[in-house]
Design a protein around this ligand. Structure first.
Ligand code: SAH
Length: 307
């Protein structure tokens, strides 16, 4: 088998409660050239697995990663064992491993998020509200293949919100892979604006919008919420961190129409009071909250609207 088809598979063992380290190490692995990073948890192993194409140097990779783990330890960030292994995967084995990690995910009553190679060949599976709306997302570097608890919470509240209130224009702040914006367009919203401050996310979201035939409805722009200028939206989606919601509440509220609604994801359950408190002075109240794996997603509205 030619050497240029072989891949290096790196695993790093991280404890289940090491959320911060897992996120930081995943970013680090992407930055040093991984073509795929997946979080794994089974009886034998818990941590991250990353794939590196040739001509990566396995010894150099291991050294850089162990150096980075030492830096995290020096900052007292809990890691778990941090044990690193690098081994060669022949030929297509890495692609099989990568692909086998991503499965179609039914979400809520109406959505099915799946990787392109799992697109249903025939009619889509039927959920409690009829045939599911398929959202194809290529799992790549940009966050949001539907499996994260925060993305799932946002998608569940999105479909309920769209059943309950008229939404002509929607803004997705921090679109990542584009999953929320694309789901909104596939569920019928005509004018979807998606922004992200990360160029990789913009590229991924643009490609995913085209893959779902909604490029005409979803406009993806590189930019930060803080400086973005655009028309007010009937529904604003923002799956960001709790601290970002507190800091950005006024800016998010400004992008929301006078009778608009907002779905805020990415906060931990203990951050709910602070985030709701940041939106109250902006005229919003909490209508509904969903929780998955310790992550809360909020549906907030102005006026008397509910879901
Ligand atoms: N919406 C996706 C991705 C969420 S990850 C999902 O729900 O799965 C959060 C994204 O927000 C990242 O891609 C990050 O680059 C982007 N982001 C963070 N702060 C931002 C800001 N102030 N303005 C624009 N994008 C931001």
């Amino acid at each position: 088998m030619p050497l240029n088809e072989d891949y290096w598979a790196l695993t790093v063992a991280l404890a289940a409660e090491a959320h911060e380290a897992t996120e930081a190490v995943a970013n680090f692995l992407w930055e040093v050239g991984a073509t795929g990073v997946i979080e794994e948890e089974d009886r034998a192993f818990r941590g991250l697995r990353a794939f590196f194409p040739p001509p990566s140097d396995p010894a150099a990779l291991r050294d850089r990663l162990t150096g980075y783990l030492d830096e995290l330890r020096a900052l007292d960030i809990p890691l778990g064992s941090g044990e690193v292994e690098v081994r060669l995967l022949p030929g297509e084995a890495w692609a099989d491993l990568w692909r086998s990690h991503f499965r179609p995910l039914p979400i809520g009553r109406r959505l099915l998020v799946c990787p392109p190679w799992e697109a249903p060949a025939g009619p889509p599976p039927v959920g409690p509200a009829g045939p599911r709306t398929v959202v194809l997302i290529e799992p790549g570097r940009a966050f949001g293949n539907g499996s994260h608890a925060t993305t799932r919470g946002c998608l569940e509240l999105l479909e309920r919100a769209l059943d309950a209130v008229p939404v002509a224009r929607l803004l997705d702040v921090g679109t990542g892979s584009g999953v929320l914006a694309i789901a909104a367009a596939r569920l019928g919203v005509h004018d979807v604006r998606a922004i992200d401050s990360d160029p990789d996310a913009v590229a991924a979201a643009t490609a995913n919008a085209a893959r779902n035939d909604v490029a005409g409805r979803v406009s993806v722009e590189l930019g930060s919420l803080e400086t973005w200028v655009g028309p007010p939206a009937d529904l604003v989606l923002a799956n960001l961190l709790g601290s970002a919601h507190v800091a950005l509440a006024p800016a998010l509220a400004r992008r929301s129409a006078a009778a608009g609604c907002l779905i805020a994801g990415g906060l931990l359950v203990h951050e709910v009071p602070a985030v709701v408190g940041a939106f109250v002075p902006e005229g919003f109240h909490l209508v509904e909250l969903v929780e998955h794996e310790g992550w809360a997603t909020l549906f907030l509205a102005r006026g008397a609207r509910g879901v």
